[in-house]
Design a binder for this molecule. Structure first.
Ligand code: BT5
Length: 271
């Protein structure tokens, strides 16, 4: 960590080559100045555990349900591959585990929290989005790819009412290389902890949904209620007043957390 104090702020090949992974995630890190999307690039490569593609900007960054992820220079955009997923990690847990890892890294800078299942937020604004895809690579191998977009020193060209950056919340420029290393280390630590109960207990302590009124949107139907908890398998537990429902993130959208209600298209989650 100490050597990272003197490195340049902007993502660069030279700085990134200093990174040494402690475990699986980031076992090999490949840097590009610009890509269409880190998902497009990583799919061209032979998948191996922890292989990570990072870039300084994306021209076609993707969010969920075909939405776009604004990816101008100053942010961190990465995807890593998971090939040998331990049997105790079911696929719906991959995103929450990674979200906890990213959240813990961002907490070194600010009071970051998780909006179930995949957003890292600061006071009702989105600092980071995570998207997990299960894909067959272009070389034919099956892998799970986790994509992480973090708003660091970047600004937004569109009107994104829920977006904020670390630079804005910290009031100063952030070293992108050091943050990248911290994120990879932190995700790896949570990933390799092996105790799902402990991981999900910690996830609950930073999850902003619990105890809040939320509206679930499934297809065209809206159901109002209170999020009572997040289950050990990563489902949102939801009390409608008549029943408690357990919902997977892929089934529903969640409204009621971001600070500017109304433009709720941006809150849909789909994994
Ligand atoms: C996500 O989607 O939050 C997942 C974003 C994942 C991005 C990473 S970057 C590296 C990797 N490569 C990729 O191509 N993607 C992944 P979703 O929950 O659907 O949120 C998307 C919505 O957030 C958009 O419809 C916008 O309204 C809003 N948005 C777009 N860019 C944003 C940004 N930079 N910061 C905050 N909000 C943004």
């Amino acid at each position: 960590m100490q050597i990272w104090g003197n490195i340049n702020n902007r993502l660069s090949q030279k700085e990134i080559s200093l990174f040494r992974a402690n475990g699986v995630i980031g076992s090999e890190v490949i840097f590009y100045k610009e890509l269409t999307s880190t998902f497009d690039k990583i799919r061209e490569l032979t998948p191996k555990d922890g292989l990570t593609v990072v870039c300084a900007s994306q021209t076609a960054g993707s969010g969920r349900l075909g939405r776009s992820w604004e990816s101008s220079e100053g942010g961190i955009y990465l995807s890593f591959a998971l090939v040998n997923i331990p049997p105790y990690i079911s696929l719906p847990l991959v995103t929450p585990i990674c979200a906890l890892g990213v959240c813990k890294a961002l907490q070194k800078y600010t009071d970051a929290k998780i909006k179930w299942p995949n957003d890292i937020v600061y006071r009702g604004k989105k600092l980071c989005g995570i998207l997990t895809k299960s894909l067959i690579s272009q070389k034919g191998a099956q892998a799970v790819y986790v994509g992480i977009g973090i708003n660091v020193n970047n600004t937004f060209s569109q009107n994104l009412p829920y977006a904020t950056s670390l630079k804005t919340v910290c009031g100063k420029e952030i070293n992108e290389n050091a943050l990248l290393f911290e994120v990879l280390d932190s995700v790896d630590k949570v990933w390799s902890r092996g105790d799902i109960k402990a991981i999900m207990e910690e996830y609950r302590t930073v999850c902003v949904n619990i105890g809040k009124e939320v509206t679930l949107v499934k297809e065209d139907k809206e159901i109002r209620g209170v999020c009572t908890d997040i289950s050990l398998s990563g489902e949102l537990l939801f009390d409608t007043g008549e029943a408690t429902l357990a919902v997977h993130s892929g089934e529903v959208s969640v409204k009621g957390i971001y600070s500017k209600e109304g433009n709720n298209q941006d809150e849909i989650t789909d994994l």
